[in-house]
Design a protein around this ligand. Structure first.
Ligand code: NAD
Length: 357
């Protein structure tokens, strides 16, 4: 298969970690007889420095033409004092919007090799943690109108609107059910339908959509309970389906309990057109340019691109297994270092995974 991948290295450790992801993709292409071509484009601080704009039109065009977008991270202290609309993070929100990416998929997995890093009690961690949060990304209280600040009866008030329409709910529910079909076939829909009308509509539409997915088990949890269950027994979850604000919070909770920020990939998908694949962490300016960054979240994002973007499950699994083998063989970057293991830098970690692929 031939695929064009648009690369957005961004800032800080971005270029270092993305380079390792690209090495793995190239090796995977030659192992499985594919041809991947790469286009580079500017985003974030790097784009501000070169053009004055965190998301140049040329970058949008390059992403739209690609089969997938592979992003590292943006931002850093150099650009922190710019006005909000000129900051690197604006580029990130802008590219998601330009590509119509309404679904954010965040796997959280506890690899047995890194069980020591998990923030949960050993007996809970030993039951395993392998879930994916499917979060709606373009609606909900973050975008609902009206929103604003006012003076009412002499008091300052702030207000936002939590709103979903049935089309928005159906399309994200469909993503969750399709994702579950490729996994353990369980979806847990998370909302607050005991209190919120928006959530009652959410639940109704999820139940309707489920009729086409009778092979997938559907359960429901209120968000407060879901937050508890995630730390009490995360092994019960396969796919968690939820809206924008609940997903924002739960996906961070789900990833932090694994204890390894430098290990976690993510995907953002739209109806059609290229998906965007990126590690969940930021540009880590404190370790940038020192060959210390952990490239594994980026390498695992490449695997996610193969599986979800190109339907190349076998190729994705090959990269994931190479990562696990590298960890099992004792190689660690500083952020996941334990005694008795071998400390390696960003490039060497990439090389070790490559050898095992
Ligand atoms: P961060 O994720 O960049 O770093 C938090 C801590 O984790 C730091 O100590 C960093 O060294 C460490 N870390 C992160 N990724 C690592 C990796 N791959 N290997 C080893 N250690 C790693 O978050 P922050 O410090 O809050 O933000 C730094 C910059 O990144 C800010 O400008 C922020 O706006 C931006 N940011 C960007 C994204 C993105 O591009 N998607 C996400 C979050 C933050």
């Amino acid at each position: 298969m031939e695929k064009n991948i648009c690369l957005l290295p961004g800032d800080g450790i971005g270029p270092e970690i993305l380079a390792q992801g690209v090495r793995l993709l190239e090796a995977c292409a030659s192992k499985f007889g594919h041809r991947f071509t790469f286009t580079n484009a500017l985003l974030g601080g790097a784009a501000i420095d070169a053009t004055g704009n965190p998301l140049p039109d040329e970058t949008i065009r390059a992403c739209q033409k690609a089969d997938a977008v592979f992003l590292a991270a943006v931002g850093g202290p150099k650009w922190d004092n710019l006005p909000p609309e000129q900051r690197p993070e604006r580029g990130l929100l802008g590219i998601r919007k330009a590509l119509g990416l309404f679904a954010n998929l965040r796997p959280a997995m506890l690899l047995p090799e890194l069980a020591g890093a998990c923030l949960l009690r050993a007996d809970i961690a030993s039951r395993g943690l392998d879930l994916i949060v499917v979060r709606e990304l373009t609606g909900d209280i973050y975008f609902g109108e009206p929103r604003g600040r006012d003076i009412r009866d002499g008091l300052r008030v702030g207000y936002n609107t939590m709103i979903y329409n049935e089309v928005e709910v159906r399309r994200i529910a469909t993503v969750a059910f399709e994702t579950a079909r490729k996994r353990r076939k369980k979806v847990c829909s998370v909302e607050k339908s005991n209190v919120l009308e928006t959530s009652r509509l959410w639940k109704e539409v999820v139940v309707e959509t489920h009729k086409q997915y009778s092979d997938v088990e559907l359960t429901h949890l209120y968000v407060d309970n879901a937050a508890m269950q995630l730390v009490r027994d995360p092994s019960q979850f396969d796919v968690i389906l939820t809206g924008n604000i609940f997903g924002d919070i739960l996906s961070d909770e789900a990833s932090v309990i694994t204890g390894s920020l430098g290990m976690l990939p993510s995907a953002s998908l739209g109806d059609s057109g290229p998906g965007l694949f990126e590690p969940i962490h930021g540009s880590a300016p404190d370790i940038s340019g020192q060959d210390k960054a952990n490239p594994l979240a980026t390498i695992l994002s490449a695997a996610l691109m193969l599986r979800l973007g190109f339907d190349m499950g076998e190729e994705a699994a090959a990269i994931e297994q190479a990562v696990r083998k590298t960890l099992a063989d004792g190689f660690r970057t500083a952020d996941i270092m334990e005694s008795g293991k071998t400390l390696v830098g960003c490039k060497e970690m990439g090389s070790r995974v490559l050898e095992r692929l």
